[in-house]
Design a protein around this ligand. Structure first.
Ligand code: BG6
Length: 497
């Protein structure tokens, strides 16, 4: 695909995301020669930086590029750094963007970037609408001399109502096709591969339904705690931070019907249908039975003391924000009728791993009754990270007399494709937006459908101490009570165990 000449304007340019993700992604695109010939980045924020100090901050002195810079010559590094510029907005984002506009016009003229512009909003979400409004006031959203696109970071809304309001707000100034809501999980190769596994093969899809699948399990675990983001996290929690967006996006790809083609709207139409078919839990009994939340507590890992969540910087000592969320739900449609989905996400787990496990039903009639055989052993594991791959677990006969069955593995790992360069999520997604491909971005109705499902859980949990809250030590797989979701018919599969 062609990448037209353009400019990328990053709001929130002095922030962590810009240094940690956006600039390294652009740097990789530059090295791989994916950036268009005439291209500049204009960083915008309230910090008093100059072009030079911005370049120092995000390139020359950046911890995130250090290793990469070692591999490049001085001229090449300068070639990239010279594409970066900075404009200080002064006191506030809510200001007249006339000066900003002038800077954009000047850069456009000097570097012949054409009128194509992406505005990347990497600011606190409360500013998204303000920025869109001020861009419009300054006439910077008009498309008569080149396209204008708006990339919006997560979190997209804080609840169903705020997400709807944000959509409405942004739509005043930008049309839906101009808006790119980023969810970096969709930029992960293995998440996209869910579509390929399902719809480019004929061996999985015939089994992908209630007749053959017993239950679906998705685990997203991180070994880190909230790190330096206590202030943000305490107002968010696992459900908002990971489940509403990343995990429900994965769910939608597992659940969706085959799209009629691979175009953005065709895929997104099916994802919306999938999200709308999740059974929303409305009454307290359902919420009590099917949702589990927990917080990590002070503990000792490898002889070292690890702070409990409530002791972390920026966290309220009485906080009822969850760092662990496990949800069981059903999908009300023809394909998935009666198949439970178990989805969990947490910080301070034993390891960092994300995987989808499709558990297949037992054969209807068992003829091998030898002891030691694993009955419920047909599993398809889609390992999203790390050790990305697809693993199939099935039974084989143990050589010798009788019919003893043992588990065998048919495992494919991406690492075996050693020659292939796997793009980082942000790299892939930025390049897609630069080329106008919104397939891997969330549409307004998708985000709202995901909130519809999450909202009642949040409201229920917000009742605070009246609703049960478990504690778990760092380095374990969450509270033991989380197995209660399986109602005696199973338990969580802990990756690697
Ligand atoms: C972010 C969350 O969206 O995703 C973080 O805000 C989380 O809390 C991160 O750590 C996880 O992303 P990844 O790509 O490391 O799995």
């Amino acid at each position: 695909k062609k990448t037209e000449n353009q400019m990328l304007v990053i709001f929130g340019a002095s922030g962590d995301l810009t240094a940690r993700k956006l600039i390294p992604a652009l740097f990789n695109l530059y090295v791989a020669k994916h950036l268009p010939e005439n291209f500049v980045v204009l960083g915008v924020s309230r910090s008093a930086l100059t072009d030079e100090s911005f370049r120092d901050h995000v390139v020359y002195e950046s911890d995130y590029l250090k290793e990469k810079l070692k591999k490049l010559g001085k001229d090449e590094i300068k070639g990239f750094a010279d594409k970066l510029f900075y404009e200080d907005l002064g006191e506030s984002y809510d200001t007249d963007y006339k000066t900003l506009r002038k800077r954009v016009e000047d850069l456009k003229a000097t570097y012949k970037t054409s009128g194509n512009i992406i505005y990347y909003l990497s600011t606190p979400p409360t500013l998204y609408e303000t920025i869109a409004h001020n861009l419009a006031e300054a006439g910077m959203n008009t498309q008569n001399n080149g396209w204008k696109r708006l990339i919006v970071e997560k979190p997209f809304g804080y609840s169903l109502e705020t997400a709807k309001n944000l959509n409405k707000g942004l739509h005043q100034y930008f049309t839906e096709p101009q808006i790119y809501r980023i969810d970096h999980y969709l930029g992960k190769e293995t998440v996209q591969n869910l579509l390929v596994t399902r719809f480019a093969n004929s061996i999985f899809e015939p089994l992908w339904n209630r007749n053959y699948i017993e239950h679906v399990e998705i685990t997203n675990a991180e070994s880190v705690g909230v790190e330096k983001r206590g202030g943000y996290y305490d107002k968010s929690g696992a459900l908002r931070d990971m489940f509403q967006n990343h995990l429900l996006q994965i769910v939608s790809l597992v659940v969706m019907e085959p799209p009629i083609g691979a175009e953005a709207e065709e895929i997104r139409n099916e994802k919306v249908k999938a999200l709308k078919s999740l059974r929303v839990m409305r009454d307290e009994e359902a919420l009590f039975q099917n949702t589990i939340r927990a917080q990590y507590v002070e503990s000792v890992v490898d002889g070292k003391k690890v702070k409990g969540y409530r002791e972390e910087d920026g966290v309220d000592p009485d906080s009822t924000t969850e760092t662990y969320a496990a949800i069981k739900f059903y999908v009300d449609n023809w394909r998935w009728h009666g198949v439970p989905f178990y989805v969990r996400t947490a910080k301070r787990m034993p390891t960092k791993v994300t995987e989808v496990v499709i558990h297949f039903k037992e054969p209807h009639h068992q003829i091998f009754n030898e002891p030691g055989m694993h009955r419920k052993d047909n599993k398809l594991i889609i390992r999203i990270q790390p050790d990305e791959g697809i693993l199939i677990k099935f039974g084989v006969k143990v050589p010798g007399q009788g019919f003893k069955v043992e588990r065998a593995n048919l495992d494919f790992y991406y690492s075996s494709l050693a020659e292939t360069y796997v793009m980082e999520a942000y790299e892939r997604l930025l390049l897609d937006a630069m080329q106008g491909d919104a397939t891997l971005y969330a549409r307004a109705d998708e985000v709202e459908a995901a909130w519809e499902f999450v909202d009642p859980i949040l409201n229920y949990w917000q009742k605070g101490k009246d609703v049960r809250m478990y504690g778990y030590s760092a380095g374990v797989w969450g509270p033991e009570n989380a197995d209660e979701l399986f109602e005696g018919k199973g338990f969580w599969r802990n990756p690697g165990e």
